[in-house]
Design a protein around this ligand. Structure first.
Ligand code: GUN
Length: 282
């Protein structure tokens, strides 16, 4: 029997722990405020932003929403981010991606103060992650580490294969698994024999953005499979990069879509927000 890794339950557990922690911090007179910026009205972004605000309210984090029109210029957005950097009442700044095409995302990410970079996307956060310094962790990969740990799955010494090398998932995932003493391989679109590599994995993390691409032929018997993909089937149901029905019988543990990795991202964002005050001087 394969173990179903329940991201919904684990993310709820993390949010409940953070809520307790916020009560204690509140008693010490410490509060946390997250500024969330959305430019334009991409429907998927609107849902994500709403869920982030809801999670803040649940945990006891204040949130400030900046909903800017599609025509907002890069300079206007830079000005707002700089204002929020300088605002002592704001602990974390999140600019919802993607931004409209006339705005340079990298420039915006670099403008966010590394001390308020709760997405963990700033080059300083990325550098800290790779050299093992304390800093904000990219939320989705950090959530995957929590899923593994809280499901009793050891990482040290395991063959970990990541499919996909994005800056948001694949690359930071490699750094985090390495930090946990996994033996890490990152595959990508130019990998010559993908199956040969993925079949080595004790822990297979799939973030390639291709609907139900990974079938049982790609998976070693008894592997742990983590699916970061999110797609919609023709019948409207959600599915991942992994063909769940085909792969699940061959795994020791697997994440479903929805209800696997997805809910963990927001839980870890909340953790990064609380982190901004954990170490603050009294
Ligand atoms: N768009 C999709 N995922 C994310 C995320 O984790 N952070 C931000 N800022 N934008 C996103």
């Amino acid at each position: 029997m394969s173990q179903l890794i329940d991201g919904k339950r684990i993310s709820q557990q993390i949010k409940d722990e953070l809520k307790e922690e916020m009560k204690k911090l509140d008693a010490l007179g410490k509060s946390v405020c997250l500024a969330v910026i959305q430019v334009g009205d991409d429907p998927a972004s609107t849902v994500y932003v709403r869920n982030k605000k809801k999670a803040c309210a649940y945990v006891g984090i204040r949130s400030r929403a900046y909903e800017l029109p599609e025509e907002t210029t890069e300079e206007e957005l830079i000005r707002l981010v700089k204002e929020l950097n300088a605002d002592a009442g704001v602990n974390g700044i999140l600019v919802q991606l993607p931004l409209p095409s006339h705005i340079d995302e990298d420039r915006i990410i670099r403008t966010i103060s590394p001390d308020k970079d709760v997405d963990g996307f700033h080059p300083v956060s990325v550098g800290r992650l790779w050299i093992g310094e304390k800093g904000f962790l990219s939320c989705t990969p950090a959530g995957i580490i929590q899923l593994l740990k809280r499901s009793g799955i050891g990482i040290a010494g395991k063959e970990c294969v990541i499919v996909g090398r994005s800056n948001i998932v694949g690359k930071p995932m490699a750094a985090l698994l390495l930090r946990e003493n996994g033996t890490v391989t990152v595959t990508h679109s130019r990998t010559v024999d993908l199956k040969e590599v993925t079949k080595r994995a004790d822990i297979l993390i799939v973030a390639m953005g291709r609907k139900k691409f990974i079938t049982s032929e790609y998976v070693k018997e008894g592997a742990v499979v983590i699916d970061v993909g999110m797609h919609r089937e023709d019948d409207g149901h959600l599915c991942g990069d992994v063909d769940f029905a085909d792969v699940e019988p061959h795994t020791a543990a697997i994440t479903p879509v929805p209800g696997g990795v997805g809910p963990m991202t927001i839980a870890m964002l909340m953790d990064n927000c609380v982190e901004t005050v954990r170490t603050q001087e009294e």
